[in-house]
Design a protein around this ligand. Structure first.
Ligand code: GCO
Ligand code: MN
Ligand code: MN
Length: 386
């Protein structure tokens, strides 16, 4: 049995902003001192992570001079080289600066929309310089607090214009970079554009270069909307659009909690891990969450280690599920009902045969599916008695 010790091959990553979270909330001041990016990288490397992700200003302060920027980036690259840590994903902070109070790409002010493009091009340059292969767009401020403010068709059009522009920028620069849109229903805006995986997927296919753009779904965001996250992730996988994933935990019906992965809804987390592992998905398992506000710095490292350990424990549970003779027997019974048959394509003749086919409806109505048994066996694995 695995000792649940993370290694870089597990592809676990954290944002500088996640372990670096200082515990500020709308009601209270910070409770922790900022941790320098170099220290974050060193500590996470010791814990077995693959890398760190960042917003432009997590590393380079907004008002840094070009010379300061270059020195910060040079020093940071040295830490990456010393530790073997990578920066697989980068993004832009398009939500903190008051200039973005009405959104960035979807602000009603065209100057703000242009400034957002400028900011993002520089941040893309930084991300690529650090080796990022995925660039995330989380539109936290893209939306409205009152529907009087914007025609949603304008919002979507401006959003599309921006992503098209930036795809062209990446192509012109010949960067090897893919975009991943991160849906969220609300918070910090009252309503955010592209609120769910489904909205974002449909949007991708309206772009000039849909092949460059996929998704970065987040567990907490779907849970806030009352959705079953693994179904959305499954649909993104099916479309070949799962470019990245944000893992955390969240109680439904609450504010955006960003809890440690697996610390709520263990069963949901299990089926998510099962989906990713059964699909042999090779992407980054990014933890977009933070330690409780009660914690000091040691609590932050406990949080980071715990996130990875829980994933590995659930991976082990998945292996048990897949090797469990009784569970597999039940799943085989389901398969023997034709679940794996290749679908029949329409033909006029086949349709006529189907119309003429007699069904034993009484037998079909009377047959159960044994899901109570299947779920109980799954729970017993999760509860550690199986
Ligand atoms: C949130 C989001 C962010 C983004 C991050 C990277 O709810 O605040 O999940 O953490 O993931 O800005 O794009
Ligand atoms: Mn989030
Ligand atoms: Mn996120």
């Amino acid at each position: 049995m695995s000792a649940y010790v993370p290694h870089p091959e597990d592809h676990f990553t954290f944002g500088l902003w996640t372990v670096g979270n200082i515990g500020r909330d709308p009601f209270g001041d910070p409770v922790r001192a900022p941790i320098a990016p170099a220290r974050i990288v060193q500590q996470l490397a010791k814990l077995g992570a693959y890398g760190v992700n960042l917003h432009d200003n997590d590393l380079v302060p907004r008002d840094a001079t070009p010379a300061e920027r270059d020195r910060i980036v040079r020093d940071f690259k040295q830490v990456l080289a010393d530790t073997g840590m990578k920066v697989p994903m980068a993004t832009t902070n398009l939500f903190g600066d008051p200039v973005f109070r009405d959104g960035a790409f979807t602000s009603n002010d065209a100057r703000v929309r242009a400034y957002a493009l400028k900011r993002t091009m520089s941040a893309i340059d930084l991300g690529v310089e650090l080796g990022a292969a995925t660039y995330v767009f989380w539109g936290g401020r893209e939306g409205t607090d009152t529907s009087a403010a914007k025609d949603p068709r304008d919002g979507i059009k401006w959003y599309r214009d921006a992503i098209n522009y930036l795809c062209d920028y990446v192509r012109a620069q010949q960067y090897d970079l893919r975009f991943a849109i991160e849906p969220k229903p609300n918070e910090p805006r009252g309503d955010i554009f592209l609120p769910t995986i489904g909205h974002a997927l449909a949007f991708v296919y309206t772009l000039d270069h849909p092949e460059m753009v996929g998704l970065n779904p987040e567990l907490a965001h779907d849970t806030m909307a009352g959705l079953e996250f693994s179904h959305g992730v499954g649909q993104a996988l099916d479309a070949g659009k799962l470019f990245h994933i944000d893992l955390n935990a969240q109680k439904p019906g609450r504010f955006d909690q960003d809890l440690r992965f697996g610390s709520e809804d263990v069963k949901g987390a299990f089926f998510l891990v099962k989906l990713l592992e059964d699909a042999r998905w090779t992407g980054m398992r990014h933890f977009d969450s933070h330690a409780y506000r009660t914690e000091d710095e040691q609590g932050v490292w406990d949080f980071a280690a715990g996130s990875m350990r829980t994933y590995l424990i659930l991976e082990d549970k998945v292996a048990r599920f897949n090797a469990d003779a009784e569970i597999q027997g039940l799943l085989n019974d389901l398969r023997s009902r034709g679940g794996a048959d290749s679908p029949e394509r329409f033909s006029a003749e086949g349709a006529q045969t189907l119309k003429d086919r007699a069904f034993d409806l009484d037998a079909m109505r009377a047959t159960g599916y044994a899901y109570e048994k299947l779920d109980q066996l799954t729970m017993e694995i999760l509860l550690g008695v199986r």
